[in-house]
Design a protein around this ligand. Structure first.
Ligand code: PGA
Length: 232
């Protein structure tokens, strides 16, 4: 399985900043699939201007209608191949639940987008030994009625996102192997949560870690290309 390194820019970079990143971003991907998920505005601006695969950070499940500010699958399908669904910031800041996330996954697949479904436990859940049950439940409900072989899954422990605290390779692998049992051998499982140039290699060495979803460390073109180099 090819390693996937996906950048989640979150709410960072204007159109001109994104185009400037593209100009400065020099990298040799080797066998790695590199995906950038910028804000919608930059997605439009970057589409057609780069060979790098692009993805959106979210979408709505309805096809069209009176849903002020929402973006449909068809709207992003003209611009990109991938879409992140159920990121923990969507779950926790914007109250997206498993049922809404399942609708989004289905709508993405229906239009021909490749969904990256994010799962992961909070610190409170980990400390209460609920990691396994939370992740299993997110997968069971998120993937209900879905052809799982068309998916990418990202394990992102909420306590490791943007905090500088990375799960140790062993901690991550423990959950990745659990996810593997559920989704099977064909689905790439990415790790996300404070992945940096300095820790990507040891994470990628684990058997069931097939790539990374990178936030902060993907915003700087030099740092991100170093991260890609170290992931090889
Ligand atoms: P981080 O974000 O790399 O900044 O921790 C990862 C993510 O939220 O996808």
């Amino acid at each position: 399985m090819k390693t996937i390194i996906a950048a989640n820019w979150k709410m960072h970079k204007t159109v001109s900043e994104s185009l400037d990143f593209l100009k400065k971003f020099k990298f040799d991907s080797g066998d790695i699939i590199v995906i950038i998920c910028p804000p919608y505005t930059s997605l439009y601006a970057m589409s057609g201007k780069t060979d790098i695969s692009l993805g959106a950070q979210n979408m709505y499940f309805e096809k069209e209608g009176a849903f002020t500010s929402e973006i449909s699958g068809a709207m992003i399908k003209e611009l990109c191949e991938y879409v992140i669904i159920g990121h923990s910031e969507r779950r926790h800041i914007f109250n997206e639940d498993n049922s809404m996330i399942n609708k989004k996954v289905k709508a993405a697949l229906e239009i021909g987008l490749k969904p990256i479904l994010c799962v992961g436990e909070t610190l409170e859940e980990r400390e209460a030994s609920k990691t396994e049950s939370v992740v299993k439940e997110q997968l069971r409900l998120g993937l209900e009625g879905v052809d799982v072989d068309k998916m990418i899954v990202a394990y992102e422990p909420v306590w490791a996102i943007g905090t500088g605290k990375t799960a140790s390779p062993a901690q991550a692998e423990e959950v990745h192997s659990l996810i593997r049992e559920i989704v099977g051998s064909k689905v790439p499982i990415l790790y996300g949560g404070s992945v940096k140039p300095g820790n990507v290699k040891e994470l990628m060495n684990e058997e069931n870690i097939n790539g990374a979803l990178v936030g902060g460390a993907s915003l700087d073109p030099n740092k991100f290309s170093e991260l890609i180099e170290n992931a090889k």
